[in-house]
Design a protein. Structure first.
Ligand code: ZN
Length: 233
């Protein structure tokens, strides 16, 4: 993908998360990487989504976070995105929002439980929640360490970024990702919708059990991996 195409795709994705109802004000950002050039394209800080143009999208070096191209300051969440790309080599795009129901689970410090096939079609596991950041992390390299607690959750918790393409940062909100922007945006939309469904399911039936593993695996692997058969192959 050319740098121009990468920047255009990042503009579209940032507008899609708004039109999908995931973002109020400027509470969200999408990024994507070109692994060949080692560059990340991300929303510039504080620019209205409707006014975004490809030329405004900063290109940031994944290795050290330096701005390689672009006049505008990259999103304040840039360091978090970079840690995710460094930690998850197969991830090509990241979406961060403050979508309502996902934030409610993050603030409650509860994972989004896998209760049915809507969830299982996209996430093989519960959508996990990180530990809280420590005071010295909040006062120090805050955005970097927001990424670190996600990476730590996956390495220590035995999660894999491919079958679990998203997580909640405690007292903050959701990050979703995928091999490309289309999948990352889709996973961000699914994450919010399954949070909403789980919230209401738990109201109808407090203490409801998680979906059967056999059902969850059947649904996930219909769409993912070597044995996938969903859709037009
Ligand atoms: Zn945020």
């Amino acid at each position: 993908m050319t740098q121009q195409a990468l920047r255009e795709a990042v503009v579209r994705a940032n507008q899609e998360i708004v039109s999908a109802g995931l973002v109020l004000l400027t509470w969200g950002n999408a990024s994507a990487v070109d692994r060949n050039s080692g560059l990340m394209a991300i929303k510039p800080s504080g620019v209205d989504y409707n006014d975004l143009t490809p030329g405004q999208i900063p290109l940031v070096r994944i290795s050290d976070g330096a701005v390689a191209e672009g006049e505008l300051k990259p999103s304040s969440d840039t360091e978090t995105h970079l840690v995710l790309y460094r930690s998850f080599p197969n991830v090509g795009a990241v979406v961060h929002t403050h979508s309502h129901y996902a934030v409610c689970f993050a603030q409650a410090e509860e994972p989004i439980p896998c209760l049915g096939t809507t969830h299982a079609d996209h996430f093989l596991t519960d959508i996990p929640v990180t530990r809280r950041l420590r005071p010295e992390e909040i006062e120090g390299a805050y955005e970097n360490d927001t990424g670190v607690v996600i990476a730590e959750l996956f390495s220590d918790g035995g999660y894999d970024a491919e079958p679990t393409p998203g997580a909640l940062v405690a007292q903050h909100g959701p990050f979703a990702w995928g091999p490309d922007l289309r999948h990352a945006v889709e996973n961000a939309i699914v994450l919010e919708e399954v949070a909403r469904m789980a919230y209401h399911t738990c109201q109808i039936a407090p203490g409801v059990e998680r979906a059967d593993r056999t059902l969850v695996e059947r649904h996930f692997f219909r769409k993912h991996g070597a044995g996938a058969y969903y859709g037009q192959q």
